[in-house]
Structures are given as C-alpha cells and as structure tokens.
Design a protein around this ligand. Structure first.
Ligand SMILES: [Ca+2]
Ligand SMILES: [Ca+2]
Ligand SMILES: [Ca+2]
Length: 188
C-alpha cells in the first residue's frame, strides 16, 4: 500500500535530509558509505544478541546493501563509493522523492527487516523496550529521545509500533512534513 504524499517545502526538506545524513554517517567521516549502514546493522544485531549468521541479521544486511545500491545509483555522481551531504540531498530531492513509489518500495523493505531484527518477542511489532534498544543501537539515539519518539510514532496509542506506523513516519520525515522528533529515527 503506497503512502499518500504532498509536495514538500524544499527548505524544510533539505534540513530534514541534512539531519538524516548526519544520523547515517556513523563514523562521522562527512560521507555516507556502505560501511556506515553495515555498522548500524551490526550494532543492532549485537544489541539483540543475534549471531552474525542469523536469518534476521542476514536479511537486514542485505536490505542495507540494496538501499546503498539505490542511494549510490542516484547520489554517488562521481562514483567514488562515498556520498557527500550535497549529493545525498540532491539525489533524494530530485530523484528518490520525486518517485514516492520507489521510495516506499525500498524503504519499506529496509524497515521490514529492521522491525524483524528488533522484534525480540516475535509478535510482529515493536514495544517500547524493543524500540529503545533499536534506536540506541541503530542510530546511537539517547533513551529519552527514543521514548519521546515512540509516543509520537504510536499513532493509535496502542503501545506498539507497526510497520505501517514506521513507514508513514519515515515518509513524513523525508518529505519534511513533521518535526524530526516525530519521525523514525528521533533527532539528537
Ligand atoms: Ca561515513
Ligand atoms: Ca515485539
Ligand atoms: Ca500503534
């Protein structure tokens, strides 16, 4: 099911994307690399005690690779294996977000695998404890930020985050419609 979107304000969107870029640049190299995404995947697996060859872990790493390939195809214009912040913002603004169906397809796969990897009790959704561990490992988010974000992400206030709630919030984050704290992940 595709998410309905509205045309974003370019400046708000650029600020949202710059924030996301900093979240994803895990080694603070100033560039997004495949290794940044692999670091997030590895830390998530460690936080949930998963062996490196667990099916959930392998699926997560594969979806990170797929996301990287799409990002690189759109953004790595000089083909050096690194995406600068400017390349990242330009690619998202001009290409990925111009085709919400593509964004929805790619990001949904990643989020599906993130939810599976963080769903410790296997009920198909994330409770607060699972979400806090996810945010701490995937984005180095602080616990209080994660708790605050959970309340905003849980739109129907049933105490659980579903894939649909996360996909919708991610979409809104990238389109700059909502403040960063209300999105996946929270701001720092
Ligand atoms: Ca980096
Ligand atoms: Ca769960
Ligand atoms: Ca919910």
């Amino acid at each position: 099911m595709a998410v309905e979107v509205t045309v974003p304000d370019p400046e708000v969107q650029a600020r949202a994307l710059a924030l996301r870029f900093r979240h994803w640049d895990r080694d603070n190299s100033g560039f997004l690399e495949l290794s940044d995404l692999k670091t997030s995947a590895r830390r998530l697996g460690e936080a949930f005690g998963r062996p490196v060859n667990a099916p959930e872990q392998l699926a997560l790493e594969e979806s990170c690779r797929q996301l990287w390939e799409i990002l690189a195809r759109h953004a790595d214009v000089d083909h050096n294996g690194r995406i600068s912040q400017d390349e990242f913002i330009a690619a998202f603004t001009e290409e990925v977000l111009a085709d919400p169906a593509e964004f929805d397809r790619v990001y949904r796969i990643l989020l599906e695998n993130v939810v599976k990897a963080a769903d410790a009790d296997g009920d198909g959704k994330l409770d607060l404890g699972e979400y806090v561990r996810l945010m701490e490992s995937w984005y180095s988010a602080g616990e209080s930020d994660a708790v605050a974000a959970f309340a905003k992400l849980d739109r129907d206030a049933d105490g659980f985050l579903t894939l649909e709630e996360l996909v919708r919030s991610a979409m809104e984050f990238y389109l700059g419609e909502s403040p960063p704290l209300a999105a996946f992940p929270p701001s720092r």
